[in-house]
Design a protein around this ligand. Structure first.
Ligand SMILES: NC(=O)c1ccc[n+]([C@@H]2O[C@H](COP(=O)([O-])OP(=O)(O)OC[C@H]3O[C@@H](n4cnc5c(N)ncnc54)[C@H](OP(=O)(O)O)[C@@H]3O)[C@@H](O)[C@H]2O)c1
Length: 392
């Protein structure tokens, strides 16, 4: 059977559809009946269309049914008119009334303003806004981050943005600039901002296709332990011994599972009465560093490292401690207590969707899942026969 989407001028154009959050948004919005178009760049293995088909094949398998496919618009965020073919530009102008701008570079390091994350996050957002203006799209949904608060402490409100705070890394700075730019665009009549905190994998299945943040720490500790075990096997001895972690253990970290972020966003997107506000997508109960520390130890089966105290410099760092801090340095800005994110708007808009609590057991489950995946994921293209093709 060939299913056809009747094109109506009511599509949401989603960027960043191939990323971790994007692929959950595609699934949840499709299930909610939201007509979707996705802006995707081809990669070395697949065309834009094939990349989306591969992601949907995964969802079809997970859900046990074939989902309708979105309209795929191939392009590049960094180019004029988002690098789309003239026919796709016309299609988007005729059919899209809203944009969900979710694409971003999550690079925490930068060599300057003309490199990442500024290229994708600042210039990319500017191009998306320019395209919206040309295409007559006035309803803008922007995926920002709770960490636009930079290095602030205390309570951070959803209504606040640039309070003169310092930033922990170029990523945070680039996301503030992007959010400011979208707020200043006067042709936007409805502006909805989603600010997740640290996104981890699926609370039910453990799935993730990216391995930064929490997963980078899991990978580093596991790599160090595997290396040490191999060394012991070949040489009969190992230099590895438990190290010292320069944190108290009482610091809070705000981890949120991707399935929850996506379901709250999909609820807000599909209910226009909630549009126009800013939402902190943050948990009710943050995870303490002592829990994360215990999970890292259990995941690597390496016990005995000590929480040494926040801001305590280790004068006599061992080689292994130096190696650890050298490799985790990119996340220096997260090596601290999080502020308290007020999430009044989110609680009001989605009281029926409480964030699943990330406790020791859940976090260990997520860590073990990433280890089982060997910290990598490749989408697989499963060719479907023509009888089940969905045409937009
Ligand atoms: N992950 C977190 O902890 C976290 C926390 C708070 C907020 N956020 C925000 O949530 C959003 C989604 O993040 P995520 O975790 O899903 O990230 P992700 O898995 O790294 O996905 C990023 C997406 O953006 C696309 N993208 C990046 N640069 C692009 C460019 N120059 N042109 C076109 N597409 C580009 C990527 O496309 P390719 O697949 O082609 O590379 C991918 O689809 C981002 O706005 C991010 O800032 C994330």
């Amino acid at each position: 059977m060939i299913t056809t989407h009747i094109s109506e001028p009511n599509h949401f154009l989603l960027t960043g559809a191939t990323g971790l959050l994007g692929r959950y948004l595609m699934k949840d919005l499709t299930l909610a009946g939201v007509p979707l178009a996705v802006h995707v760049r081809p990669n070395r293995r697949f065309s834009a269309q094939e990349r989306i088909e591969a992601i949907f094949s995964y969802w079809d398998q997970q859900l046990g049914k074939v989902l309708p496919r979105p309209m795929v618009l191939s392009g590049q965020l960094g180019e004029e008119s988002l690098g789309m073919a003239p026919s796709d530009i016309r299609w988007a102008a005729e059919n899209c009334t809203s944009v969900i701008h979710n694409a971003a570079s999550l690079s925490f390091v930068s060599t300057g303003r003309d490199s990442e994350p500024y290229i994708s996050n600042v210039n990319g957002t500017r191009n998306v806004l320019r395209f919206c203006q040309e295409a007559g799209i006035h309803d803008f949904h922007h995926v920002s981050t709770a960490y636009v608060c930079g290095l602030r402490s205390g309570v951070v409100l959803e209504t606040e943005l640039n309070e003169g705070q310092e930033f922990g890394n170029p990523y945070e700075e680039s996301k503030v600039e992007a959010e400011e730019m979208t707020r200043e665009a006067d042709f936007i009549t409805s502006h909805t901002v989603y600010r997740p905190s640290i996104i981890v994998g699926d609370s039910q299945t453990g799935f993730t296709n990216t391995f930064h943040g929490f997963y980078a720490a899991v990978q580093l500790v596991n790599t160090m332990c595997n290396h040490s075990a191999m060394e012991k096997q070949f040489t009969g001895h190992s230099d590895f011994h438990p190290g010292r972690v320069t944190l108290d253990g009482t610091e809070d970290k705000n981890l949120v599972p991707v399935d929850w972020v996506s379901s709250v966003m999909s609820h807000i997107i599909s209910n226009p009465q909630h549009h126009g506000s800013t939402y902190h997508l943050t948990p009710r109960n943050p995870v303490q560093i002592r829990t994360i520390h215990a999970v890292l130890q259990a995941s690597a089966k390496m016990f005995g490292t000590q929480l040494f105290g926040n801001k305590t410099a280790i004068e006599d760092a061992t080689e292994i401690e130096q190696f650890f801090y050298e490799h985790i340095r990119v996340y220096d800005s997260y090596w601290r207590n999080d502020p308290t994110f007020d999430a009044t708007n989110t609680r009001k808009a989605a009281p029926h969707l409480p964030c699943p609590h990330i406790d020791y057991k859940k976090l260990l489950f997520l860590a073990r899942h990433a280890i089982d995946m060997n910290f990598s994921w490749r989408d697989k293209l499963i060719k479907r026969d023509a009888s089940s093709l969905v045409i937009n």
